[in-house]
Design a protein around this ligand. Sequence first.
Ligand SMILES: [Zn+2]
Length: 282
Amino acid sequence: MKNVLRTLVFDKQVSLTLADTTETVREALRLHKLSDASAILLGKALSAMTFTSACLKETRGEISLSLQCDGACGSMGVSGNRSLKLRGYIENTALMGGADESAYFGRNGAITIIRDDGYRRPFVGTCALPDRGGLDEAFEAYYKTSEQLPTRLKTVVCLNEKGECDFAGVAALQPLPFADENALQQAAEAPLESVLQTLREKGLEEAVNARFTPDKSVWELRTAQYKCNCSREYLSRVLVTLGEEELRKIIEEDGSVKVHCHYCNADYEFTEEDADGLFAGS
Ligand SMILES: [Zn+2]
């Protein structure tokens, strides 16, 4: 199902991204056993990164978020690519408390965004977590300081009493470089929370049409999903880079090499027999 829509609004001067991230968050909750507070935090990060991934221009593009803080949240990581495959993890899967995210971030923390378009050196931007506000405000601060793009971003994750995700979404407005005062003002005042509410009730296209006067010359509908890119083949290639001697030493000591993927909780095991196969002919 198409769940990401990008278009231009406010006299073609501001790009609007609207995404229904419910399925992505549901898959994250299926893979990770999370408390409600942890689920909301990771779900918001996945939603925000659905927006950043949708902004990637190169087909090989990848973008990742790393959040580090001295609060209860610990670290959190989310990655996405141009084909809108998202994956993520949160260190503390058992956060307890209310909806005030900033309470989980402690006193010191930062988000780092690494954007890799596959050609040049990756762009790395870091921004301290703001004193007030949660993840949305952290992303807005990041865009303002690291990319000099005054971006408005709002994410929402709604869980039911059973802890299941009823709805999740993101709405983002990013003025183009030539945007005039009037467009900037309209972007600053747009009620993104109620746009998300309309998205929940009426779906993507209706939400955009009901809330904005979009310029349909740009009308990009795509599908985002939670999908890890780990595989036995990929890990085999990584293990080969360790070198035969090192790999066989670990297998001798531990019986096998075990690799855990924290994005999807898959476990891989490589035995002596696998090592024989990996280094056959070398
Ligand atoms: Zn994985």
